[in-house]
Design a protein around this ligand. Structure first.
Ligand code: AMP
Length: 479
């Protein structure tokens, strides 16, 4: 995000109102750069990926111009054409056009293949201000004279490199031939292969060039750990970790806004200064939460992914993924909130059994596994991960169950988090069933003392179920 505001960029009232509804507080870098240039009428070549906010970067100035200069598109006519390589992207752009033009008087439609054409034909009969289309179906409808491009004042080609990969370049050249020579043109592409460079020279006139590289996050500087934990015990695990003062400036990520609020409230109740930041909060409330965090008035900021885009705070000691993100890229973005400005950082993820698929995706993206940390709540709370440990460990967990009247999870800490002088607290790593070797001697003795004589003849499932383990699994796991 940038320091400038959408008002600074020269956007008009109806658009500002729509952005407020969308809860966009600040323009993204590509928006800050592109919007003023496009409002001036410059052609543009944008080297930018999806996720940078490029759709709003080209849609907002387009809407401003079309809304100001109200004209009736002729029958089957189009005032602006946006081409996208896939149906999904076209629909997404159509949704953005609808959202941003909410307070404008603009007619738009989306034309893609894979669906019957009669609705699209009907939508085009009166003409539209903005047509979002994929190339194949557009050419079909042009050939059937249901779409007339000869009055289009603006042409936007999105994801140019993907168009090329999908074999649409010839179709695009055909479409460009149908457009007026005098027009406003924009080309966006994530990469710059030679074909795209050539196309840019053909279709753009004296273009401004903007390159927005995605934020580079040096994952290698971040120590990453994952705790396997049952969903219902995540809160206890967080409290356990927060007992260590070296977690001094912590961002905790949750999947939902409601979850963020609830967790922040729970942290406050347990004596940890915390606040939540997410899309449902007003700009003022978000800024206050961020300032309190920056000025050390709150120790924990609980955030959702969308809100995290605006978080640029130095010296975040730990990022905790209370819920794993569904998109692996979001993981990298989240953990990048620590280790800023060349510093190191620690990222801790809580993974319950239902989230293992997300963990696998993340590890695939990182091209390496994330270290598993020993769950300080004990193996009975690690969401089944303990099944991989030896049978004795499971027996011990059974015996650690509290007696009647004794508060659960209090007496049976496997170990206390310990301070690592160099870089703050780090979780203990798990190495298969040899985890006890890593524990301090005192902790080991404590465990032995607690274990006492054998009480159970049959091993039970971690988590307290009374069903016996399958023998074969036990043998294999013990090996
Ligand atoms: P895009 O790169 O256009 O696909 O946009 C990626 C996502 O960012 C979309 O979900 C947009 O709604 C969102 N987005 C775009 N601009 C902003 C902004 N200025 N503030 C917050 N979210 C934005």
């Amino acid at each position: 995000m940038t320091e400038v505001t959408f008002t600074d960029l020269g956007l008009s009232g109806p658009l500002l109102k729509a952005l407020e509804v969308e809860k966009y507080t600040h323009p993204t870098p590509i928006q800050a750069q592109a919007i003023p240039l496009l409002l001036e009428g410059r052609d543009l070549f944008g080297l930018a990926q999806t996720g940078t906010g490029k759709t709003a970067a080209f849609t907002l100035p387009l809407l401003q111009r079309l809304n100001k200069d109200q004209k009736q598109p002729g029958r089957n006519g189009v005032r602006a054409l946006i081409l996208a390589p896939t149906r999904e992207l076209a629909v997404q752009i159509g949704d953005s056009v609808r959202a941003y033009s909410h307070f404008c008087s603009i007619r738009h439609t989306v034309i893609t293949g894979g669906v019957p054409q009669h609705r699209q034909v009907k939508a085009m009969s009166r003409g539209v201000d903005i047509l979002v289309a994929t190339p194949g179906r557009l050419l079909d409808l042009v050939n059937q004279r249901h779409v007339d491009l000869h009055c289009a004042e603006t042409f936007i080609l999105d994801e140019g490199d993907r168009m090329f990969d999908m074999g649409f370049i010839r179709d695009i050249r055909k479409i460009v031939q149908m457009l007026p020579r005098e027009r406003h043109t924009m080309l966006f592409s994530a990469t710059m292969p030679r074909e795209i460079e050539k196309l840019a020279r053909e279709i753009l006139v004296n273009p401004a060039k903007i390159e927005v590289t995605p934020e580079v996050i040096t994952v290698d500087r971040i120590k990453q750990h994952v705790f396997h934990v049952q969903g219902s015990r995540k809160r206890d695990l967080l409290h356990e970790l927060m007992a260590d003062p070296s977690l001094s400036r912590v961002i905790v990520f949750t999947r939902t806004k409601h979850g963020a609020n609830r967790l922040a409230d729970q942290l406050v109740k347990s004596g940890v200064n915390a606040d939540a930041i997410h899309g449902n909060k007003s700009q003022g409330a978000r800024q206050r939460a961020l300032n309190d965090f920056k000025d050390n008035r709150s120790r924990v900021l609980v955030a959702t992914d969308i809100a995290s885009r605006g978080i640029d705070v130095d010296d975040v000691t730990h990022v905790i993924n209370f819920d794993l993100p569904m998109e692996a890229e979001s993981y990298v973005h989240r953990i990048g909130r620590t280790a800023r400005a060349g510093a190191g950082g620690i990222a801790i993820s809580f993974c319950d059994p239902s989230e293992k698929k997300y963990l696998r995706d993340i590890e695939r993206l990182l091209k390496r596994p994330i270290d598993t940390a020993v769950n300080p709540l004990g193996a009975a709370n690690d969401g089944g991960q303990g099944e991989r440990r030896d049978r004795d460990e499971n027996r011990n967990e059974q015996r650690r169950k509290p007696h009647r009247g004794q508060p659960a999870g209090k007496k049976f800490k496997a170990h206390k988090p310990k301070n690592n002088k160099a870089g703050g607290w780090e979780p203990k790593r798990e190495e298969g069933n040899k985890q006890h070797k890593q524990q301090p001697e005192g902790a080991r003795q404590e465990q032995r003392g607690q274990d006492g004589p054998k009480q159970h003849k049959r091993p039970t499932k971690p988590g307290g179920g009374n069903k016996p383990f399958r023998r074969s699994r036990n043998r294999r796991d013990a090996a």
